[in-house]
Design a protein around this ligand. Structure first.
Ligand SMILES: Cc1cc2nc3c(=O)[nH]c(=O)nc-3n(C[C@H](O)[C@H](O)[C@H](O)COP(=O)(O)O)c2cc1C
Length: 183
């Protein structure tokens, strides 16, 4: 079993990574983290090539990412909330998932989704209405678009006050539940 994490945050040792690490500690098998801030891929240019062809017209590092997605059993999208959405470099990558959405138009969308996935999100302030609405929709739909069944999500508010995940036993509990569903 292989779990692939797309990490959308700028900080590799921040609040979001604490959740990723704890989740991965509880997951069996092979694990890999892709850091979206390290990717240097082009944004989607909406050329519509993928509406007729199986692959993207742009041959950059996304070729490797598409391959990693094909090979993974579990896909995790993990990110801090930046202005209600995913950080820019992650958004650039997620827009390139358009090749999977295009399966609907091409008529080769799989009927059954065999891959499982989850979303992990942190936000700085204490919980307020719609704090995670934008990013939840964005990440959940991105999983769905690339043919992944979401088994759960963790939305961690008030993260800027936190020094260790030990202060948030309820978050740890949610992460363990998700790990059990992915194992
Ligand atoms: C540019 C920027 C925009 C942000 N926008 C929001 C926001 O809309 N809502 C929120 O709750 N927190 C917001 N935050 C706070 C981060 O989501 C929060 O600090 C998060 O836990 C950082 O994750 P990290 O520790 O993994 O880097 C923002 C932070 C930055 C840098």
């Amino acid at each position: 079993m292989k779990t692939l994490v797309f990490f959308g945050g700028a900080r590799k040792k921040g609040n979001t990574m604490r959740m990723v690490n704890y989740l991965l500690e509880n997951i069996e098998g092979e694990k890999e983290i892709v850091y979206c801030y390290d990717l240097k891929n082009s944004p989607c240019i909406d050329c519509r090539y993928c509406l007729k062809h199986k692959y993207c017209s742009i041959k950059d590092g996304m070729v490797d990412i598409y391959e990693k997605i094909e090979e993974a059993d579990n896909i995790i999208l993990a990110a801090p909330t930046y202005l209600y959405g995913a950080p820019g470099p992650m958004k650039v990558m997620l827009d390139r998932f358009q090749v999977y959405w295009a399966q609907v138009i091409r008529g080769d969308k799989p009927e059954v989704f065999v891959k499982k996935g989850a979303i992990l999100v942190s936000g700085g302030g204490p919980r307020f209405e719609n704090q995670f609405t934008g990013i939840s929709l964005e990440l959940a739909d991105s999983l769905h678009v690339c043919n992944v069944t979401e088994v759960g999500r963790v939305l961690m508010d008030d993260a800027d006050r936190m020094k260790s995940l030990d202060e948030r036993p309820e978050i740890k509990e949610e992460l363990v539940k998700i790990a059990q569903m992915l194992n």
